[in-house]
Design a protein around this ligand. Structure first.
Ligand SMILES: Cc1cc2nc3c(=O)[nH]c(=O)nc-3n(C[C@H](O)[C@H](O)[C@H](O)COP(=O)(O)OP(=O)(O)OC[C@H]3O[C@@H](n4cnc5c(N)ncnc54)[C@H](O)[C@@H]3O)c2cc1C
Length: 366
């Protein structure tokens, strides 16, 4: 499909998945005058997920898309990250690393994943987000594709963007990689700031480390809440392991009593085994591409999965602006993004430890 032969506003673009990658892609394309329809399997965009750190290159894109004000109002600037022992002895305190050319940008904006998705969706026409649409197959006809959904609906498109996460159905068209188990579980919860003994009442992201166990306290001050993330080694690769609070507390027996009390007070945890994928050889055809975790799921250690999805969306929109055809745009998009995402996938396999010399190993690579 030649872009110059078809007005951008006539392009039929389907996005599969309404997570951060899918909604960011729809906003980025809208900014280029390209309309996209999102198809999401869930029946509602729910309040699921944890706190995440949005980094300056992603913020630059929000400014380009003229949505930064809304994001700024629903997020909180963090200037520092600390690594401490389980007993709260400080090992490292660092400013966030510089990832842009602007030397002032040594920070991250901390935000709840749901607030980010809701802000992105609020930029889109209501009728362009279709819930209850689970994609079962995408068929490639080279210059167009068909997305088939389990509810019997089939949609034809000039471009299909698969933002369907780590279990992407579309990914098998390009490469047969299975998710790789990290050997770790993550137990997560959002709690009130008043229940954290002041351990996270400033704007610093803290990681308490004891051997292979880490407790993250990520402040969401604009909500007066804290995102708690406990990462522990486990041989159980079940995607959603059934873990009891007493089992979680056993891992924390060497931690400061206040940290144990914080965890003791949590009523419900979201328990997940942590998986990523190996880098793909390729992730686009002439009219189908992957973005976000579908293309390059990575572990949470560098806090870059959501940022990569947002920056994929930005790069794809720019490629579509500059290229003469969709195949050329998809080639360019992949060429720009793959070296960066591959590096973060590899780097994210390093878990924080008491031996770390920096809280940000990425700064030596980017
Ligand atoms: C504890 C934790 C902390 C994190 N912290 C950070 C951080 O600080 N910074 C950061 O950048 N990243 C962070 N991440 C990573 C980040 O959350 C993910 O990388 C990001 O959400 C990926 O977005 P995505 O849209 O590609 O995939 P997802 O968020 O997984 O969204 C995929 C969407 O597709 C839908 N879907 C799936 N299959 C289908 C189908 N067949 N048909 C239709 N819809 C479908 C799903 O329902 C979902 O809505 C963290 C992750 C974890 C687990």
């Amino acid at each position: 499909m030649k872009l110059k032969n078809k007005g951008k506003s006539d392009l039929r673009v389907v996005i599969i998945g309404g997570g951060i990658g899918g909604t960011a892609a729809a906003v980025a394309l809208q900014n280029e005058g390209i309309h996209a329809e999102i198809y999401e399997q869930a029946s509602a965009i729910k309040e699921v997920g944890a706190g995440i750190g949005i980094r300056p290159p992603s913020v630059e894109l929000f400014k380009d898309w003229e949505i930064y004000k809304e994001i700024e109002n629903k997020s909180w600037q963090s200037d520092f990250m600390e690594i401490l022992t389980g007993n709260r002895d400080l090992l490292i305190k660092e400013e966030w690393p510089l990832l842009t050319e602007n030397s002032d940008e040594r920070w991250a904006r901390l935000i709840h994943r749901a607030d980010l998705i809701h802000t992105l969706i609020s930029q889109l026409p209501h009728e362009s987000v279709h819930l209850n649409h689970k994609c079962e197959q995408v068929i490639n006809y080279d210059d167009y594709a068909e997305a088939h959904f389990t509810n019997g609906i089939t949609i034809e498109a000039d471009l299909v963007i698969s933002a369907d996460g780590i279990h992407s159905k579309t990914r098998s068209m390009f490469c047969n990689v299975a998710p790789v188990y990290s050997g770790y579980h993550a137990y997560r919860a959002i709690i009130n700031e008043k229940d954290t003994f002041g351990l996270a009442s400033d704007n610093t992201l803290r990681i308490f480390v004891d051997g292979q166990v880490q407790v993250y306290l990520l402040p969401l001050q604009y909500r007066k809440q804290i995102s708690v993330d406990i990462t522990v080694p486990s041989k159980d690769p079940s995607w959603r392991p059934g873990i009891k609070k007493k089992d979680i507390l056993k891992h924390l027996r060497n931690f400061d009593p206040k940290i144990q009390q914080i965890v003791e007070s949590i009523e419900e945890f979201n328990c997940r085994a942590l998986y990523d994928i190996d880098p793909l050889e390729r992730w686009s055809s002439n009219c189908i591409t992957l973005i976000g975790d579908a293309a390059h799921a990575m572990l949470h250690n560098q806090g870059q999965g959501a940022n990569m999805a947002i920056q994929d969306a930005g790069a794809l929109a720019i490629a579509l602006r500059e290229a003469d055809s969709i195949p050329e745009a998809l080639r360019q998009y992949e060429l720009w993004r793959k070296p960066i995402t591959t590096r973060y996938q590899k780097l994210s396999r390093q878990f924080p430890s008491e031996q770390n010399e920096t809280a940000f190993p990425e700064k030596n690579y980017f």
